[in-house]
Design a protein. Sequence first.
Length: 249
Amino acid sequence: MAIADARGVPIAIGLASGPCHEAPLVEATLGRRFVRDRLIRLIGDKAYDSNKLDAALRKRGIDMIAPNHSTRKQNQDGRKLRRYKRRWLIERVFAWLMRSRRLVTRYEHKAKNFLAFLDSDDVWPAGSLACRLAVLDADPEADGVFGSVQEFRDGGDDLLPQGGGVAGALLLRRAKYEAVGRFDQELKVGEFIDWMARAQDAGLKFRSVPDVVLRRRLHGANTGLVQRDARVEYTRVLRAALERRRHQS
């Protein structure tokens, strides 16, 4: 709940759970005012049309102006209700507050705020994204989450799960990815190693879960096999990382 002055400047803000009715929150929010100036009147919608609230505010010397609720008899002075047309000021306050993403309800759960990678021949098991998203939801300081990787061959046995230091095992906050920058498209191999080195230099924090979040298919066309001649680019990635850290120090 928020209270604004006649210019639309917030003078009090109160926090409460979603199911709470507005009227009982008014007095608590008044107690959290940023200013000491005495209030003369409050303007609200039909939810604030309450005998109990009117009486409580009257003791404070405050006049509550609100349209009549359908469950109550007409008791509001029509001349005072002319001020109700200025209620749009508080709606503007909330529109301004909603520009702050941390305040928007469930904004951080939108899919566009996260980024994950999957090769066309690999598979995410059921619950892969959910278990990683739960970590990001519980830990606001985490920038990305890795899980375990299980390699397999078509028609063959699954191999034992191992640490997931590959792109397909990572779920990342999109803003952090954009802050680090995109993968280096000039690299034939090692582009994710290069990106991780830049991410660590930028101070990104990663967490991990033991769950298998990626099933990686092994076949004759895997990049590590067909691009053997390009492995020299790993040296280029390592040299670039050392150069960055040398400049930082």
